[in-house]
Design a protein around this ligand. Structure first.
Ligand code: ZN
Length: 126
């Protein structure tokens, strides 16, 4: 499932959406908060420009809403249905989940957003 050529590969690893050969981010670790938004200008392998237009990644905010809701629902299901926590503790679990996973949610949203517009090209990958 997770091999180059699949959109999920680019989304989950943060690699270039066109060639899947290199990472889009200067720092791979999203928990280095000060560098979370720092990306390469272009892919060194296929020369794809990541920031297609000015403020391109503002659109990722729409995606981050959906990704955030997905994490919140997952936290709710785990704490309420599996663990059987009270409603207040479930709420706390959701808030903690969203705060702890915020860097991952931000990166995932950017990866999903850029993969809407740039598609894998196996000629560029080789
Ligand atoms: Zn590339």
């Amino acid at each position: 499932m997770l091999k180059k050529g699949n959109k999920l590969y680019s989304i989950l690893t943060g690699s270039c959406p066109k060639c899947h050969q290199e990472n889009m981010y200067l720092d791979k670790n999203p928990y280095h908060i000060s560098k979370i938004f720092d990306m390469h200008e272009r892919c060194s392998h296929c020369n794809t420009k990541y920031k297609i237009e000015p403020s391109f990644f503002y659109g990722a905010m729409y995606v981050s809403y959906a990704v955030g809701v997905a994490f919140a629902v997952a936290a709710f299901v785990i704490s309420k249905l599996f663990i059987g926590a009270s409603l207040v503790n479930t709420f706390i679990a959701i808030v903690v989940t969203l705060v702890v996973f915020m860097p991952i949610i931000i990166r995932l949203s950017r990866n999903i957003w850029i993969n809407f517009f740039i598609h894998y090209d196996k000629d560029k990958a080789s």
